[in-house]
Write a protein that binds this ligand. Sequence first.
Ligand SMILES: [Ca+2]
Length: 625
Amino acid sequence: MMRQICVTIANVVIFANAALLCTRGGAAELPNILWITCEDTSPNLGCYGDDYAVTPNLDALAARGMRYTNANSNAPVCAPARTTIITGLYPPSTGAEHMRSLVKLPAPFRLFPQFLRDAGYYCTNNNKEDYNVEKPSGVWDDSSKRADWKNRRKGQPFFAVVNYTISHESQIRNEIDESDQVHDPAKVRLPAYHPDTPEVRRDWSQYYDRLTMMDKQAGAELDKIERASLADDTIILFFGDHGSGMPRSKRSACNSGLNVPFIVYFPPKWKHLAPKDYQASRTSDRLVSFVDLAPTMLSLAGIEPPDWMQGGAFCGKYETSEPEFSFGFRGRMDERYDLVRSVRGKRYMYVRNFMPHRPHGQHNAYMFETPTTRVWRKLFDEGKLNAAQSRFWQQPKEAEELYDLAADPDEITNLADSLEHRDELERMRKALRDWEHRIKDVGFLSEWEMLDRSKGATPYEMGHDPKAYDFDAMFAAANKATALKPEDLSAIARLLSEKDSGVRYWGAIGLLAQGKAGVAAGHEALIAALKDSSPIVRITAAEALGRFGSDEDAAASLKVLLHYAQPQENAFLSMAAWNALDYMDKRAAPAKQALLDISPDPSDLPPRYGGYGRRLKQQTLADLP
Ligand SMILES: [Ca+2]
C-alpha cells in the first residue's frame, strides 16, 4: 500500500514537472546541444597555435567560445573512445576496451541519450556509432545518415551529433583532388619520433588538407544553425574522437594519441550553464576527458548524473570540481593484444605498459596501410633511425614511461628512471592504482577469460563481485610480473602455482617478458604450465618456451599453439595463439603446413570481430621460410 502511494506521488510529481515545462513554453526551457565531432584529429588547428593549419571556421568558433587545452579521449582509437562517451563508464570497467568488441552492460545502466530523451530531447546521431556495448532500443530518435535535428517536433529541444569521417586515418593515405592540396609537404612540422622522408611528409600534409576540408564541413553545419535562427539557443561542442590517424597518435595511449581539440560555445542565454571558468575567446586548462561527457550532458539538461557514471560534469547544474588526473587505456587493437594504462596530469603523462614484451608498433595490418608506417618500419629494420625514432619498434618496451609534456611535447624522453622526477612518478603510480581499484579494471584478465568468467552476468558485474574477481590480487600480480626486474623472477615463477588462473596468467607473462632469463628461471613451472587448466596460461607459457626455450621446448609449444590456433576452440584463444605463433618467427617453421591448413575466422563470430584471424595468419606466414 505504502509503495503504491509512493509510486502515485512520484507520478504526480513527474506529471506536475511536465505541466510546468508546458506552461513555461515547454521545451524552450532546455538548451539545444550540438556536437560537431570528427575522426582522428589532434589539436592541429589554427586556434591551437598551429601555424601550418588552415581551419578558419573552427578558429572563429574558438574565438567566440572557449578552448580546452588539456582535453583527452580516454582511448586512442574509435570504438573504445565512442563507447566511453556513450556509457559514461571507462571501458576497462565494462569489458568493452577491445577494438572492436561487443559486451553486455548491467541492466540498470543506460546510454546517456536515453536520459535526454526522457527529459524531452530529440536526439540524433549522424551517424557513426561503433559502440562496443550492446545497444538497447530507443537510444536515439534517429541514428543514420539522414538524422537531422530539423526533424524534431515544433519547439522540441535537440541533442544532435554530427561526425565527420573526412579526417579519418583512411583519408590521409588515399588520393586527394589537387584543388584540396593546400598544404606544402616541405613545410610541415614532423614530430621528433617520425623519420623525415617524402612519404611521412606527404601523409602529414594530407592530414592537414583533410582537416581543412573537415573545417569547411563544420562551417556549413554552424551556418545551418545560424540560418535557422538557433544560434542564440544552441550550446555547441566541437571535438576530435582521439589523436591523428598517423602511427603513434592513433592507437597509442600517450598524449599524442589521446589529446584532442575541444571547443565549447555557450550563447548568452545559456551562460548560467557554462563552465564556471568560461570566458569567451579564452582557454581553460581544466582536465576534461570523454568519460565526463555523459554526466555533462545530463547536467546541462538539469538531470543529476547517476552514481554509476564514472566521470564528472564540467558544466551545467551539476558541475563538479576539477579532477587531478585523466586516464587512458589501450587493449587489443584489431588483431594485436596489448594492455596499456596511462595517467595524465596537467604537466606529466605516465604510461604503464603491462605487456612490455610487445612493442608499441605491433604489426597492425590496418595501420600498415599508411605509407608512413611502412617506411618508418623499413628504416628501423635497416638500422637507419635515431634513438627517438626507434623506440616505437623496440621490444621489450619499457614498463613505465613518464613525460614532461611542457618540456617534451613529442614524448620522446622517458623520465621514469629520473631521480629528479621520483615524486612525480610515485604520485602517478598511486593515481593509477587508486583509479584501477575504483573502476575494477577487468582488462587484467585475458579477453577470453574476462568473457568466460562473465558468463551468466556481465563483465562489469563480474569485476565488481569479489568472489568472481579478486582485483587487488590481479593488479599486484600484473605489477610484479611486468616491472622487468631480474630479481623478481623467482617470485614471478611462483605466481604460476597460485590458485587463481588470472594470477597464473601474469606469472607466464612475467617470465615471457624477461625473455631467455625468464624462461631459464621459470623453466620447470613453464613446462608444467603447458598443461595448466587455463588455456590462456598454456598459450602464454607456450610462447615463452617457443621463443626462448630449447628446440624440444619449441616443439612442445607448437603442439599447444596449433591446437588453440583452430578457431573452433574459441575465437579469442585463437587470436592469442596466432599472436604467439607470429612472435615465434622462424621457430614456428615446422608448423608451416599445418598453419596453412587452418582457416582462422569462424563464420559464427559477430561481424565486429571479423577478419582479425585472417590478418594474423597472413602476417605469421610472411615470416616463415
Ligand atoms: Ca576515429
